[in-house]
Design a protein around this ligand. Structure first.
Ligand SMILES: [Zn+2]
Ligand SMILES: [Zn+2]
Length: 391
């Protein structure tokens, strides 16, 4: 039995309509001008003090309640992905090659409905309600851009909450845990440099293709041999570019990849190992390797006290048996930059329709959700905020 407050229940249909509108009109990171425009307009109509253009297309809204008190921050991400939608739904994306395949359309809609419900409750609450609608989460650079533009200036949050829909869990469940939830993320760029020549005369060249092959293999030991077995790290090389013709040994091979980790110290250690391994293997084969890592986001670490509160809220909404204690994920979310400013809790809202034989995962071109998850997610945001604001 799912318990939804009347303030959220009355908006169930409009939340779904809003989500479908965003789904039809997806926008990539830092290009969310239509989405941000709708968000800013709705927040202003509800009485929020709105700021726009934070981190290019980010929006914030601040509402003071009836009495002074604590400040709660609720964050939603608003961007879509460069995917051509293949889900046959009436609200299919109208932008070729762009799709809300991660549910951020729903996050934005839930955020707006939560803003409306909390505005109704505000006269009898104490403190401040602060909404953050963040661009470019998929690029893992939107949160930092907003903070650089002063999104939190004058705002000292006492607690922060964010939700992400998750098709791994059925609709009607909420997954919440304290501690490490999502990994840090680094982008890796490797260049292996040799000396090109004729494919028939390798002895007159220095072949970076063979060196790159050895480097790819050797890098598999970073996780298997250098990571403590009970700790987590992921190293995936995902692009590989070399050569122009079958009979030419190229000068260089370029690779990119991603590195994920929970522990900041382990991250430093393994990145040093990665560099040593790539450079050493390259040198043994007469090549040189250049390794560049770009730190995108820290790990998402949920605060124990705020997460306990969120767990209580979750069980009040969906019932104790439907609250899931999830495994940490090796995905990342740059909400972590906000969490560095105040205790936060990032929770997952189950969004798979239990009757579907297979619910496509996020980032799949057929991604779809059970829209009953929207009122659960909205209610979770609203009730979490209420607990902080003494409602
Ligand atoms: Zn995503
Ligand atoms: Zn996402």
């Amino acid at each position: 039995m799912i318990r939804i407050s009347p303030e959220v229940k009355t908006m169930a249909a409009s939340t779904i309509e809003t989500r479908r509108d965003f789904h039809r009109n997806p926008e990539l990171g830092f290009q969310e001008s239509r989405t941000a425009g709708i968000v800013a307009k709705r927040l202003a109509e509800l009485g929020y003090a709105v700021r726009t253009g934070l981190g290019k297309t980010g929006v914030t809204g601040l509402l003071k309640c009836g009495k002074p008190g604590k400040t709660v921050l609720l964050r939603a991400d608003i961007d879509a992905l460069p995917i051509n939608e293949q889900a046959e739904v009436p609200w299919k994306s109208q932008s070729a090659g762009v799709m809300h395949a991660c549910g951020h359309d729903a996050h934005t809609a839930m955020g707006l409905s939560a803003a409306a419900a909390l505005a109704k409750m505000a006269p009898r609450l104490a403190g401040n309600i602060f909404f953050v609608f963040q661009p470019a989460e998929e690029l893992l650079i939107g949160a930092e851009a907003m903070l650089r533009d002063g999104a939190l200036e004058g705002v000292q949050a006492d607690a922060m909450f964010a939700v992400h829909l998750m098709n791994r869990f059925p609709a009607g469940t909420i997954a919440v845990k304290s501690g490490a939830v999502m990994t840090s993320a680094d982008k890796l760029e490797l260049a292996v440099i040799g000396c090109g020549g004729h494919g028939a005369n390798p002895h007159h060249a220095v072949d970076p293709v063979v060196a790159a092959g050895h480097i790819i293999t050797a890098l598999q030991t970073i996780v298997s041999r250098e990571t403590p077995p009970l700790q987590t790290a992921v190293l995936s090389l995902t692009t590989l570019k070399a050569g122009t013709a079958f009979n030419i040994i190229p000068d260089t091979v370029e690779m990119t990849g991603t590195f994920r980790c929970f522990d900041a110290q382990l991250r430093e250690t393994l990145l040093t190992s990665l560099r040593r391994t790539a450079e050493g293997v390259a040198a043994s084969l007469r090549c040189t390797a250049q390794v560049k890592n770009t730190f995108l986001t820290p790990a998402v670490l949920n605060d124990p006290t705020v997460s306990d509160l969120a767990r209580t809220v979750a069980s009040e909404i969906v019932g104790e048996g439907q609250v899931i204690d999830p495994e940490p994920l090796t995905g990342s979310d740059d909400v972590a930059y906000f969490w560095q400013n105040a205790p936060g809790c990032y929770a997952f809202i189950g969004s798979a329709n239990p009757e579907w034989p297979h619910a496509p995962a996020g980032h799949n071109a057929k991604f779809d959700i059970d829209e009953s998850s929207l009122e659960v997610g909205t209610e979770f945001l609203v009730q979490s905020a209420r607990k902080i604001l003494g409602g």
